[in-house]
Design a binder for this molecule. Structure first.
Ligand code: NDP
Length: 280
């Protein structure tokens, strides 16, 4: 029965995931990308630039953002601007949306990607860290979505939420981070239902990523896991395509769709495999 189910799902997913992305559909669109000073967010900005979009990038470090904007212009962005913001501050999420809307004259894509820093280690009992990470990784996403929804409704635009396999299943050493990603999947999964029930013009994509080779991720897991990391540039393009083709949930690398599908079939075996994948 399992083999039949796997075969049927594979054929179905190959059909659903056929590449329907039209690069021209992104040209000239107005895009806001958060966490765009490094890692996947930076690569997302560069891909949008190559596709000829108008981009606002945001993060905390001004000098790094200046470099990213310069590169975006070089790669072909119709417009590239930055706004510095700290998503741990209550007022910054709305301010960033307002900046993008005012300077781009509206919004077509809002890619929520930033994360605050957290250790890759056993939880040390620090509840304050969990609370502050919730503001950066989750509550600021909710605030930005709330501010952007009326504008996106007018443009028939999209919100893209960058989430993680760690928002779908649990592993050791990532308690606070994993909690924020589960919160994202729960909240934005609910919002997808509600937008659909209200026949909203806004599409909402949740991208579920496995381990990606960004500097920050590699620094954390080096010597602690046997898992393979996938390229940030490919992950970034996957996220843009998923948003542009209005996918509700997308997986990169693709086989994590099956990781999630089979997650609860053999819980004891699953937990054994997960724990054996990490050194302690
Ligand atoms: P990085 O750590 O490389 O980048 C994080 C970004 O967020 C930076 O641009 C940083 O810029 C910004 N940032 C950090 N703190 C704040 C803050 N308080 N306010 C505003 N911006 C902030 O992350 P990745 O590229 O690795 O990850 C990007 C996304 O992909 C995240 O949502 C992550 O959960 C997801 N993901 C990543 C995986 C991976 O293995 N890399 C796996 C699964 C999901 P600055 O310091 O200048 O503020």
């Amino acid at each position: 029965i399992h083999l039949v189910l796997i075969s049927v799902s594979t054929v179905l997913m190959a059909f659903l995931w056929r590449d329907t992305f039209d690069a021209e559909s992104v040209r000239g669109t107005r895009v806001l990308v958060t966490g765009a000073s490094t890692g996947i967010g930076e690569q997302i900005a560069y891909h949008y630039a190559r596709l000829g979009a108008q981009i606002v990038v945001t993060a905390r470090r001004e000098q790094v953002l200046q470099r990213v904007v310069k590169m975006c212009r070089k790669l072909g962005a119709e417009k590239a601007l930055y706004v510095t913001a700290d998503m741990s501050l209550i007022t910054d999420p709305e301010r960033v949306v307002k900046f993008a809307v005012d300077n781009l004259g509206g919004l077509d894509f809002m890619v929520l990607n930033h994360i605050g820093s957290s250790n890759f280690a056993m939880w040390d009992g620090d509840g304050d860290h969990v609370r502050s990470l919730m503001q950066v990784n989750f509550l600021s996403y909710v605030q930005m979505t709330s501010a952007a929804l009326p504008v996106l409704e007018q443009s028939g635009g999209s919100v893209v939420v960058v989430s993680s396999l760690l928002g779908k299943l649990t592993t050791p050493f990532v308690g606070p981070y994993s909690a924020t990603k589960f919160a994202l999947n729960g909240f934005f999964g609910t919002l997808q239902h509600e937008l659909s029930m209200q026949n909203s013009n806004v599409s909402l994509t949740i991208s579920i990523l496995g381990l990606i080779d960004t500097d920050s991720a590699m620094e954390k897991v080096r010597g602690k896991t046997y898992m393979i990391a996938y390229p940030a540039s490919d992950a970034a393009l996957h996220i843009i395509k998923a948003g542009a083709t209005h996918q509700k949930e997308s997986y990169y690398p693709w086989f994590h769709y099956f990781t999630c599908l089979f997650r609860d079939w053999f819980p004891h075996f699953r937990d054994l495999v997960i724990q054996k994948s990490f050194t302690y």
